[in-house]
Design a protein. Structure first.
Length: 458
């Protein structure tokens, strides 16, 4: 068999990810606030762009002059008075209100730590605890590893941990739920020794609501056990979440959707997105034959970038409008029913209907919120898989029915999974008992036996 070298031609197709294509994909995933911020950045960095109806300053001439003289275009401009129209001022205030900084849980801890009267080494130790505390308020490493690297006496470290536990939110910096509940109970209920013992030594029995065994272990009556357990409802098993919830980002819907005479009406909230265009001044400069080569390249690059941005803004709007209208046409029943019924819907259905790829639909939906008369919902909320039999049965619909049944059940006689399955069957939903159990678990609803014990405490 002969072995040798040979040359051959091979033709292949390859998609090159250009900067413009990359920007297009990124912009499709942006919500209106993120798009507004991007446009503002482009307006600042690219002089070829300008806001429609904005006042053109004399900086255009100075920029070209600076380029031709080889001088930094920003020099000699300090101290100039900038003139803003009332409309520009309003938009600026709007942007500033949206982008105000929300401090993180870590920063919240650090602010409190730096107010403590401790030496530098101890402050650093507390900040280290804060750094290893996750959004739930729990340590992501063992407390021993933090202590061993500190160079501080272990007993003093334990005192510092106690200090950290008392920072707001209370009970953070613990290893898990059991420890944080114990810490919080000792701070909030210092005289309830039986409660402390119940959490510290009999936590598994407490989790399973085993009143009889707890009563025997603690040598107290069952009513007293239930009373002590009731105190737990005043504590926070995930202390970090209370702060995270307080910092929940404000939601700004992309559009308002309503059903009028059985027709979908969409009002887009894009009034605060800057309306931009290409500055004709630079287009005219390019037409001159005797323009410096560097200036021509600078303006041409800016012009190409501006054209790409304008096209991507237009494509994003067209794609989003098409996807949103398609989604809401499928979910008319949601608007008719007062926001209670969702029809089964997938990205694939919308992709087929709009002639977009599924990934395009996913990007168009990502991070977007829609306002209805029943509240503001993420656009993803309107996608729900069909899980069984009926044409219009969706998992979200079944979960809502299960939740309503449990909410309205008799406290002393909670519905079992079998009971719920039977009720659903009578209503035309073929849902197995194990499926009910699965959805109940997903929604965080305890079993009927546990619900009965919990109801006895209330």
């Amino acid at each position: 068999m002969a072995v040798g070298l040979q040359t051959s031609l091979k033709q292949t197709q390859k998609l090159a990810m250009t900067q413009n294509l990359k920007q297009s994909l990124e912009m499709l995933q942006m919500n209106s606030l993120e798009l507004t911020q991007l446009i503002q950045i482009e307006l600042e960095n690219n002089p070829v762009l300008e806001e429609v109806d904005s006042v053109t300053s004399e900086k255009n001439d100075e920029l070209i002059f600076s380029l031709s003289m080889g001088v930094d275009s920003s020099s000699g401009m300090e101290g100039e008075d900038e003139v803003y129209s009332a409309d520009e001022d309003r938009k600026q205030q709007y942007l500033e209100s949206l982008t105000s900084h929300k401090i993180s849980l870590y920063e919240h801890f650090v602010e409190q730590i730096r107010e403590l009267d401790l030496d530098k080494k101890e402050l650093v130790f507390l900040e280290k605890i804060a750094g290893f505390t996750d959004s739930d308020g729990f340590l992501t490493v063992s407390d021993e590893s933090i202590i061993s690297d500190s160079g501080i006496d272990p007993k003093r470290c334990r005192k510092l941990f106690d200090m950290f536990h008392q920072l707001d939110p209370l009970g953070c910096g613990c290893a898990g739920i059991q420890e944080t509940l114990l810490v919080q109970s000792r701070i909030n209920f210092p005289d309830e020794q039986k409660l402390h013992e119940m959490i510290k030594r009999h936590f598994e029995l407490l989790k399973n609501l085993s009143w009889d065994r707890l009563s025997k272990e603690l040598c107290v009556s069952i009513p007293e056990i239930k009373q002590l357990s009731g105190l737990l409802s005043k504590l926070e098993p995930y202390p970090g979440r209370s702060y995270s919830a307080a910092l929940a980002e404000r939601v700004f819907p992309e559009a308002k959707v309503a059903l009028v005479d059985d027709e979908i009406i969409i009002q887009y909230y894009d009034g605060n997105i800057p309306d931009i265009k290409i500055n004709s001044y630079y287009v005219n400069v390019l037409r001159k034959k005797n323009i410096d080569k560097d200036i021509r390249k600078f303006i041409k690059d800016g012009l190409d970038s501006a054209k790409g941005l304008l096209k991507n803004i237009y494509d994003r709007r067209v794609t989003f409008e098409k996807v949103l209208r398609s989604v809401m046409n499928h979910q008319k029943e949601f608007l008719r029913s007062g926001g209670t019924v969702l029809n089964p819907l997938t990205y694939q259905i919308i992709a087929t209907e709009t002639d977009f790829h599924e990934s395009t639909v996913s990007r168009a939906v990502s991070g977007k919120y829609i306002e209805t008369e029943y509240g503001i919902y993420p656009l993803k909320h309107f996608f729900s898989n069909r899980i069984f039999g009926g044409e219009n049965s969706s998992s979200d619909e079944i979960k809502k029915i299960i939740n309503d049944l449990v909410t309205n059940e008799k406290p002393d006689s909670p519905l079992s999974d079998e009971d719920i399955s039977r009720i659903l069957s009578k209503s035309g939903y073929d849902v197995a008992r194990r499926t009910v159990a699965k959805y109940r678990t997903i929604m965080g609803i305890p079993s009927s036996s546990k619900r009965k014990r919990i109801n006895l405490i209330k």
